[in-house]
Ligand binder design. Sequence first.
Ligand code: ATP
Length: 473
Amino acid sequence: FALTPTCGNSHRKARYPYLYSDPTPPTPPTPPPTAQQQTPVSIYRILKELETHLDKYITRGTKASITGALKCLEDIKKEEADLQLLSFGKKTEYYAQGVRACKRAGLDDDVLSGKKSQSLPVNYREDHTDKNDDFGKMRNKYVQPGIRQAPKAPNTNVGADGSGDDGSGGDDVATRPEPSLLLQSSFTDSIPLGGIKPILQSLHRRLLIPLSTPPQLMRELGMSPCKGVLFYGPSGCGKTRLATYLASTLSPGREITVVNGPEIMKKFVGESEELVRQIFTDPPPPEDGFPDDTRHVIVFDEFDAIARVRGGQDGKQGDAGVARDSVVNQLLSMIDGVDTRNTFVLACTNRRELIDRALLRPGRFEIQIEIKLPEEDARREIFEIHTKSMKHFGRIESSDFSGLLAKLAKDSDGMSGAEIEGICRSAASRALERVVLEHGDNEALLLKLVKVKESDFLEGVVEMKESTDASKM
Ligand SMILES: Nc1ncnc2c1ncn2[C@@H]1O[C@H](COP(=O)(O)OP(=O)(O)OP(=O)(O)O)[C@@H](O)[C@H]1O
């Protein structure tokens, strides 16, 4: 069967047909952006800068960060036409809210335009903590403990001009994979993680296809889509990375929420439960053009910290045990209430055995996928991924690159993806150091001379082995 997009926002619907089956009539298509408008690179940079300023503004309220942020706004205004190309359009909205909040705080136009300096009024932060005012929204967005913005998935597809495929000049920008869920290859090929193809194939069959199946057909087949997926296995093997990519695939119209387990549990009694409830009931707003019920995906990292086996009620573990149990109860009730058409939960842990069995039973985290340490073939793929950029830009000096990859894959037995990434980083830093020691930090010479040699990688492997052996002792 093929699902057809049935409502507005046609280009996104065409990309993600499986997410839309509502009967809203189509809106007229927006004209494609002109070549002149297609300059998302600068906008991305501006927004990144803006985010930094906003952070400073929220936490310190210094005049420098306000004027810096305002300068960003000017830049954004200049390129307003490009904003439609952004998938992170919400950030500009938060920025506009920031400006409005400054105005309400009594900063006049000269300050806002950067002509005059003025500090924020004393206690401004404390005075504006109402959840619904602009400042409150920004604060909740950026500084609410335990919840952070989705990590940006770096684009490892290097374009011929040296920029990332997203046109962002290789910035660390989340480019959402754009597969059709029904097309397996576009899903499995879109995630830059080595050695996990079988896992992606299984996810495609067990998760993506049921989620994209019309509810009526699911009912007729006696199937119900699962509400959550748990990734478990040793540290550094790509669980979080895979979960956030999958989340972005399932939620193109709403920012995903990444929750750090231990941070949630730092709260006072009762607060953790409330935070868990809020995560499910107060999702980030949908992106422009997406309906209110567009899917929200929650990723719980270090899930064992929140979802630990209950048993505190018997008093043996004291108040802390009782409080933990009540968080698990809250989680269970929120997950039971999930409608998979608009909420989905992913979780990652190194310690599946610590998770309460009730959460793992069918109907909740029904799909559990182990991500093991990579085998030799997978390690080769991972080395290939993390050397892709240096290879593309001619920064590797090797007469037999394929042979080098094979040797690295063999020598890195027992290492995780994160450790392999570390080896590639350390090889690059060796190459840099060589040139800096000989020629200083002359930019032109650095650009001309830095080459990563085979020996840099091989020494990186030895160094990584030594440091992992030392950490085991
Ligand atoms: N299979 C892989 N292919 C490419 N890179 C990988 C792979 N596995 C891990 N990495 C690299 O290691 C980094 C860390 O991975 P990630 O945080 O997803 O691991 P994790 O399994 O969640 O670890 P932890 O359990 O410690 O949180 C990633 O950013 C990625 O660059």
